[in-house]
Design a protein around this ligand. Structure first.
Ligand SMILES: C[S@@+](CC[C@H](N)C(=O)[O-])C[C@H]1O[C@@H](n2cnc3c(N)ncnc32)[C@H](O)[C@@H]1O
Length: 223
C-alpha cells in the first residue's frame, strides 16, 4: 500500500490501520511472532519503516523499559504514529533507512513490511549495516513480503491472496490495486532464501525463518 493517492476518499496513511490487516491477512500473527523473537530485556531498539506505529505499539508494550527509536520516510505516516498516546516516549525520526541510522549500537533492529520498498542492492546494504551496528547477540528481525521461488508458485500465491483479501473484507478495487502493485514491484522483490543468504554473508552467524504465510515471512538474524 504505497503512494500519495486516496482510497475511498481518504489518504493512504489515514486508511492504513484499517486496511493493512485486510490486505495482509497474516499480519497479526506475523508481528506477534516477530515479538516472540526479541532477545530478553533489550535496552536499545531501532525500528525501520515504522509507518503508523502498529509494530511500534506492540514493541512498546513488550519492552516498556527499552529506548525505542522508530524511523520512517513518510511524514504523514509518522504524524499518525506520533499522535498515538500509547507511543508517547518513542523517539520518532523522519528519515530514509538508506541514510545513516541514528545512534551507535542496538540490541534489536526490527522492521515490518518495509524492506521490499528498497532495491535488492539496498536491502543487502541494510543487512550489512545491521550486522555492523548490532551488539554481539543482537537480533535483526525482518518481517516482510517476498516473491515465490517459481512462477507457478507465484500464481498460486496470488490466487490465494486474492481470496484471503476478499474474505477479510478488502474492497474489490483495493484488491486489484494491490495485485497490480505486487506485479509491478516483482523485479525488486526477493525470495526468502535470497534474503537468508544475504544475512549470512553480512555476518549473521545464525539465521532462522520462524514464520511464513503465503508471500509473507519473518527472517531473524542473530549476531
Ligand atoms: C507497508 S508500510 C509498513 C509500516 C509498518 N512497519 C507496519 O508494519 O505497519 C511501509 C512503510 O515503509 C516506509 N518506507 C518505505 N521506504 C522507506 C525508506 N526508504 N526509508 C524509511 N521508510 C520507508 C513507508 O513510508 C511506510 O510507512
Amino acid at each position: 500500500m504505497k503512494g500519495q493517492g486516496r482510497i475511498h476518499g481518504v489518504t493512504v496513511p489515514e486508511a492504513y490501520d484499517h486496511l493493512i490487516g485486510r490486505i495482509v491477512p497474516s499480519q497479526p500473527l506475523l508481528l506477534q511472532t516477530a515479538l516472540d523473537y526479541l532477545p530478553p530485556s533489550p535496552e536499545l531498539v531501532l525500528e525501520l519503516g515504522c509507518g503508523t506505529g502498529i509494530l511500534t505499539g506492540l514493541l512498546r508494550a513488550a519492552c516498556p523499559d527499552c529506548a525505542l527509536t522508530a524511523l520512517d520516510i513518510d511524514p504523514e505516516m509518522l504524524a499518525i504514529a506520533a499522535a498515538k498516546p500509547e507511543l508517547k516516549g518513542v523517539r520518532f525520526i523522519a528519515g530514509d533507512l538508506r541514510d545513516p541510522w541514528p545512534g551507535e549500537c542496538s540490541d534489536v533492529i526490527i522492521t515490518a513490511l518495509c524492506l521490499h520498498h528498497v532495491s535488492l542492492a539496498e536491502r543487502s546494504e541494510v543487512a550489512e549495516r545491521a550486522a555492523r551496528l548490532l551488539r554481539p547477540g543482537g537480533r535483526f528481525i525482518c518481517a516482510d513480503i517476498f516473491r515465490a521461488e517459481q512462477e507457478w508458485e507465484e500464481d498460486l500465491l496470488t490466487e490465494s491472496w486474492r481470496r484471503a483479501m476478499a474474505r477479510e473484507g478488502a474492497p474489490g478495487d483495493v484488491i486489484e490495486g494491490m495485485i497490480l502493485q505486487r506485479a509491478n514491484r516483482m523485479p525488486h522483490l526477493s525470495t526468502v532464501s535470497w534474503f537468508q543468504d544475504r544475512l549470512r554473508e553480512a555476518g549473521f552467524s545464525r539465521v532462522v525463518v520462524p514464520f511464513t504465510a503465503g508471500f509473507v515471512a519473518l527472517v531473524v538474524g542473530i549476531r
